[in-house]
Design a protein. Structure first.
Length: 70
């Protein structure tokens, strides 16, 4: 009886063929500065998140977040 090829092997073989056609994934360095537009988007996103959650601090100094009540 012939051994069945595992799903992982089939997947890796298929992605290898796709890579031959499209080439490797493009990557960029992680240490480049953020653009002004991205910095503004991040600030907006953080403000929206802050409006949804509230930080509660216990007497022992530990803290956790809870959803803000509407």
């Amino acid at each position: 009886m012939a051994d069945k090829e595992s799903f992982t092997s089939k997947f890796m073989r298929t992605t290898g063929k796709v890579r031959l056609i499209f080439g490797p994934a493009q990557t960029s360095s992680l240490d480049h500065p953020m653009t002004d537009e991205n910095q503004q988007l991040l600030k907006d996103q953080q403000a929206q998140e802050k409006a949804l959650w509230e930080t509660v601090t216990r007497p022992d100094g530990s803290s956790y977040i809870v959803s803000r009540k509407p």
